[in-house]
Design a protein around this ligand. Structure first.
Ligand code: ADP
Ligand code: ZN
Ligand code: MG
Length: 478
């Protein structure tokens, strides 16, 4: 029998903090400006300068540590990580190695080993013939990013598949976004994720040799990259080989994995304590502030929605985006007779679909207020209009901002409540469609769909579906 293997994955996530200035100097942080306009002697590493720690970065970092349920260190220290590369003008990066600011946390099912503060490197741009200097084929360095405050979050190897990494990564991103301490935009690089991957015989508790998958700009790509790497490792092992420690890049366009560097070239960073910076010693007030100022975080919010009877899927969709959560809660506040499950389905279902149809209109720009969606849901729930008519009204509300009751009146969409009138239409539909009627009488109950459709057409969607079904079955002798 062949051995079953399981995958083991641990993540290292870099989060750029959205402080006003850089980690150790007063240069402004900003994305997308001309290159090298946000620089100074400190972040360019000119001789004779000294770094000063950004207090806002400490505050933001502590909030992340608290949100990840970490122990916040009473004392943490900075170290120098030495490496030579053009994006690193000091030839060392200031980071926290020996004593990070936060340890032993958890988010959902994944334990957090620690989180530490560090400064980002500058950005190297490989011009491929389009360089600034006479179209040169060169590598250029933009120091605007150099010195940006980063929090690196290191998980325990608790993840088991690419899909789990995507889902957990989305939870982490939503959690940090909720704190308002980072843009967490993967395409712009303010959230970056490296995945460490190994396999082992299922049930074993020792760790196999890991490879590291670098930096992809979406959780979908990370999921695919991880799945590709797990498949590769299983292939290597099942054909008698051994996984070698290396760093890999996944190309989402081709689905291929490329080796960036092998163990032989692995860095020895010669960490040294940073002598130019005092330790970070948060006051009791700072620690209290970080723990007590936490907003309701997405995981807790999703659990609360599920308690209200909202489906798991809708609860996750709503709680990962603050604006959507606010909109959903606005609907419930506007009319407390609406069932949360029903409101969640309208918000994440029909309403979200209408926004997508409108060129992916962001919720913030929508012309529909939670109160008017609540009115619409109320009209459907009280059977003043059918569900189908409700969709027609919603489409109009989303495109023109119209009031639901006005659309119903203007289009004459009130549900046909006179059952005598509806019965006539049903009888007519059976007469006009002898073929499906015959099939149904012959035992093919599925054919009833055609007759329901005919009635809906005749009533322009104004009939109650349940009632139509009941009358059809009655008249067909079912
Ligand atoms: P390194 O010494 O190579 O930096 P660490 O022990 O510091 O490795 O772990 C770095 C990251 O890799 C962590 O997220 C950790 O969970 C993960 N990791 C460590 N060993 C493995 C392994 N064998 N398989 C998968 N992930 C691992
Ligand atoms: Zn600077
Ligand atoms: Mg390490």
């Amino acid at each position: 029998m062949s051995t079953e293997y399981e995958a083991v994955i641990g993540l290292e996530i870099h989060v750029q903090l959205s402080t006003r200035t850089k980690m150790f100097c007063g240069c402004e942080l900003s994305f997308g400006d001309d290159p090298n306009v946000h620089t100074c002697p400190v972040c360019l590493a000119l001789p004779g300068v000294l770094p000063v720690t950004n207090a806002q970065a400490i505050e933001y970092a502590l909030q992340i540590g608290a949100a990840l349920d970490c122990e916040l260190s009473p004392v943490s220290t900075f170290d120098r990580k030495n490496y030579f590369y053009p994006d690193n003008p000091k030839a060392y990066q200031i980071t926290q190695a020996a004593r990070p600011f936060a340890e032993n946390g958890r988010l959902g099912e994944v334990r957090i080993h620690h989180a530490h503060l560090e400064e980002d490197a500058a950005k190297t741009i490989h011009t491929g013939g389009g360089g600034r200097i006479k179209g040169s084929d060169a590598s250029e360095v933009d120091f605007n990013r150099g010195g940006t405050p980063l929090v690196e979050i290191v998980t325990e190897p608790d993840l088991r598949s690419g899909a789990q990494v995507r889902e957990w990564g989305q939870l982490l991103r939503a959690t940090i976004k909720q704190l308002g301490v980072s843009d967490v935009n993967m395409e712009e690089g303010s959230l970056r994720c490296d995945a460490n991957i190994s396999i082992r015989p299922a049930g074993s508790d020792t760790l196999g040799t890991k490879t590291e998958l670098k930096n992809m700009n979406s959780f979908r790509f990370i999921e695919r990259g991880i799945e590709a790497e797990i498949a590769r490792q299983k292939e290597v092992v099942s054909s008698g080989g051994e996984v070698e420690q290396e760093t890999l890049h996944f190309d989402p366009a081709t689905g291929e994995l490329h080796s960036l560097r092998s163990k032989e070239e692995a860095h020895d960073y010669r960490y040294l304590p940073e002598p130019d910076l005092v330790p970070v010693v948060p006051t009791e007030a700072m620690l209290e502030a970080a723990r007590n100022s936490l907003p309701e975080l997405p995981a807790a919010r999703a659990a609360r929605y599920e308690q209200l009877g909202v489906s798991e899927q809708a609860a996750l969709l709503l709680s990962f985006e603050t604006e959507w959560a606010g909109f959903f809660e606005g609907v419930l506040e506007a009319d407390d007779t609406i069932e949360p499950r029903v409101a969640a389905n309208w918000v994440t279902g029909e309403f979200a679909a209408e926004l997508r149809k409108l060129d992916d209109q962001p919720l913030a720009e929508s012309r529909v207020a939670p109160e008017s969606l609540a009115t619409l849901i109320g009209l459907v729930a009280s059977k003043k209009i059918s569900h189908g008519a409700g969709k027609t009204v919603l489409e109009e509300m989303v495109s023109s901002g119209a009031d639901p009751a006005a659309v119903v009146a203007e289009k004459g969409l009130e549900q046909i409540s006179d059952s005598g009138e509806l019965e006539k239409i049903v009888i007519q539909a059976i007469e006009d469609n002898p073929k499906p009627a015959e099939q149904i009488r012959g035992g093919n109950e599925k054919a009833i769909g055609a007759l329901v459709g005919a009635v809906m057409k005749a009533t322009q969607g104004r009939a109650d579906g349940g009632e139509v079904n009941r009358l059809l079955r009655q008249h067909l002798g079912l």
